[in-house]
Ligand binder design. Structure first.
Ligand code: SAH
Length: 227
């Protein structure tokens, strides 16, 4: 474990990061990702999660659990946010597409690591709140739009990385199409209301797609237009 992030009962953020580091290590045999990079840890340490949760949930903002954010949606568990971010292997010049902005918490973590984050949220109120919040916090490299993210975002494609933070019954083909050769896509795949399979896909230099299972996870469903 990184000593700088050791257990400190006085500091809820440090305690949370120590928990995330421990959980990453404990699940490493399954996920193939036993440790987080310094860059991802620094990004996790720099995002004030309490600013992304409703006032009624503030006491739990630094607990390693998902929390309700209204409209039946949730802010993701910090360990899962860290893991999914790590799997994207973002370089500082990366351009990322995120589907499921929700609170904007994962968006903020991505924005600290990439050049630009395009994020799509189908519930307009959530998209607006997240955009306001990210602007207030000084994130100037994020563009959010209210739409069905299953269509991808043609105008800004192709992306170095695509992250989906809602469970898809099937991987929307547009998201694979909008990935650069060498790009990575992280997406929970499976039925709503059950455990899903977090999957990591890579598009190789020839455009062939290779995928693997990472971890069982539970996400709210990706709702497609017309459903
Ligand atoms: N990363 C978010 C998690 C939000 S939960 C956070 O940490 O706060 C998943 C979000 O996906 C919800 O806000 C939900 O409204 C959104 N969503 C569901 N289906 C979608 C779709 N087809 N396109 C875009 N967003 C969608």
């Amino acid at each position: 474990m990184n000593d700088d992030l050791g257990f400190d009962p006085e500091n809820p953020l440090r305690r949370l990061l120590a928990r995330v580091v421990a959980e990453t290590r404990e699940t490493g045999g399954t996920t193939g990702c036993p440790a987080l990079s310094e860059r991802v840890l620094e990004a996790m340490a720099a995002v004030p999660r309490h600013r992304f949760v409703p006032a009624a949930q503030r006491d739990w903002a630094y607990a390693d659990m998902p929390l309700p954010i209204g409209r039946g949606q949730t802010i993701s568990q910090p360990f899962i946010v860290a893991l999914m971010t790590e799997l994207l292997e973002l370089e500082p010049d990366a351009v990322v597409l995120e589907i499921g902005t929700g609170s904007g918490y994962q968006t903020a973590v991505l924005a600290r690591l990439a050049r630009w984050v395009y994020s799509v949220e189908r519930i307009p109120e959530l998209a607006e709140t997240a955009a306001d919040r990210l602007r207030e916090l000084g994130y100037g490299n994020v563009t959010i739009r209210a739409a069905d993210g299953g269509q991808g975002w043609e105008e800004h494609a192709p992306f170095d990385a695509v992250i989906v933070t809602a469970a898809a019954a099937d991987i929307p083909p547009a998201l694979v199409r909008h990935l650069k050769p060498g790009g990575r896509l992280v997406v929970p795949v499976g039925p709503a209301g059950h455990t899903q399979d977090l999957r990591l896909l890579r598009k190789d230099a020839q455009g062939m797609v290779h995928g693997r299972s990472v971890l069982p996870v539970v996400f709210v469903p990706l709702v497609r237009d017309g459903e």
